[in-house]
Design a protein around this ligand. Sequence first.
Ligand code: AMP
Length: 447
Amino acid sequence: MQATIPPVSGGFDNLKLIDPICRAVREEKYSIPTPIQIQAIPHLLEGRDLLGCAQTGTGKTAAFALPILQRLSGNQKRPKPKSMRALILTPTRELAVQISDSFRTYGRYLKVKHAVVYGGVKYNSQIRALAPGLDIVVATPGRLLDLFEQGHLRMDEIDVLVLDEADRMLDMGFLPDIRKIFSAIPEERQTMLFSATLPDEIVKISKKFLRDPVQVTVSPPASTVDKIDQRVLFVDRENKYDLLESILQDESLYRVLIFARTKHGSNRIVQKLSKIKVRAVALHGNKSQAARLEALKKFRDGKVRVLVATDIASRGLDVDGITHVINYELPNEPESYVHRIGRTARAGTNGIAISFCDAGERGFLRDIERVTKRTVAVDENHAFHSLVVAAGNKRLSGDGKKRWGDGKGKNGQRSGGSKFLANRRARPAGKSGGAKAGGRQRYSRAR
Ligand code: AMP
């Protein structure tokens, strides 16, 4: 699916990219460069280092891939066996595969050889791919170092290095690996560092390893968040699954990414959904690499409607056209919330983020609202709305009336009591008018 990106200025023609690259970009139907592409590409073509503060979804892959392709094609030097000329480090296997696919797409009219290297799979095919020497290697740090330490690759010919999603790599404990990699590559090189956030640690790394970098900041998390229609549904913990089931009756939830806290929890959701014939797969760290790639492919190709992921598994996940993100459980870190919901509303499209919040998660919601500097709209128009959870939130509900204190809901029912819920649950979701979450098109996106 093609993303629509708001116009900024000029087209790709103004960026001084060589014809084979422009042609590939045109075939992707990119007519206007994204802000990060406009700001980064001219400097990168001049060989400058870059510190880019940008999230996935901003078009940052092309922002670094196009200048790298141009740099490499301008110097047709053959790499020595086991060597590489450009190295892109990225936190996850999925992201590595996606970036490598982008190099294939943008470099289709150039003679550049590239390979992708990540853990969790056998070494042999990667060793074979590296043996003759390559132009571009996209890698996760751990596997790259393993292969280096075993003598299957050399890093002394690297001319360009990219650290992608640097903040995530630090979160995942890759800093020692990254330091080792820096000490093995030539000092004379072009270096780019991309990160969604710039904590002190990243600033320190950039000072140490980048040389007089151009700094480019685009779409801080808050502005991505602005494009997303966010809602929170107060629900008792034991009703979360039923709420999910009723919401999924709305067919406008077409490509849905659900976040669960644990691997076990995500498997359980998939199993339950499959019983009601909702096609779903889980993506988490316990799966083999082949199974993860397969799950992702099914989701991307539309063979399954729902992908249930844990935070770690979803890092860097780039699937176009995710219509809805559902937080089955709220994350305890606001940053994860921003990353999660950013999987929808990619590259200028709209998206909907629905969060389930139970009594124990109200504090997480408050933290999220504090960090994103906005209030998440409460949607109480569903079968499992919990007045108890809502009351704990200590704020006005949608119609401006206080709902806490008397323990009664709109129709005088007791809040959260099992009878109330049992009655509500007895009715098939989606069949009782506007109050039901299962009503069709309740969660359609703005066009
Ligand atoms: P990224 O931030 O690199 O993950 O890119 C996000 C999405 O935007 C990808 O699906 C790209 O194919 C798409 N994209 C990148 N650049 C452009 C552009 N200039 N115009 C339209 N779509 C783009």
